[in-house]
Design a protein around this ligand. Sequence first.
Ligand code: DUT
Length: 152
Amino acid sequence: MRIRGFEKINKYKDVVFPMPVRKTKTSAGYDICVPEDVALLPGRMVMVPTGVKAYMQEDEFLGVHIRSSMAIKKGIRLVNNVGIIDADYYNNPDNEGHIMLALVNTGLEPIVLKKGERVAQGIFYKYLTTDDDKDTKKEDRSGGFGSTGKNR
Ligand SMILES: O=c1ccn([C@H]2C[C@H](O)[C@@H](COP(=O)(O)OP(=O)(O)OP(=O)(O)O)O2)c(=O)[nH]1
């Protein structure tokens, strides 16, 4: 039975890069690499591909955090601080559930992330719902970023 995991995005199926793994026995985060070289100019946000998608249970999400070393040593931040990857993002018709990193280089010099470099880390979490949650209608996710509420 499949419970949760990572898979390659089709577009990257022939590209060789490391899949997310936990580096030590009790590391919470699955380190996420870049599947190609990425240039980050100072102060510019870049939507960076990861080449992967994540499947999980309906009451779970994947929290995507920056690796501390990237933030502290290189000044790289996630613009949204933490990326929330919803369970129904997986295999969405727009982008197959491709996990993207909204990165910004807060330093003064350009940075090049090399293919295979570990940039972010994904942690699987369970989330809770409110008493009246079942009373509100839920729409189906039709696509990727900012897709909910579009057909109203
Ligand atoms: O850093 C991120 C944040 C989000 N996502 C993907 C997964 C997530 O399931 C989807 C939607 O994200 P979120 O719910 O945070 O954005 P929204 O602006 O509320 O969009 P939507 O209306 O699609 O929920 O975008 C990423 O790939 N990287």
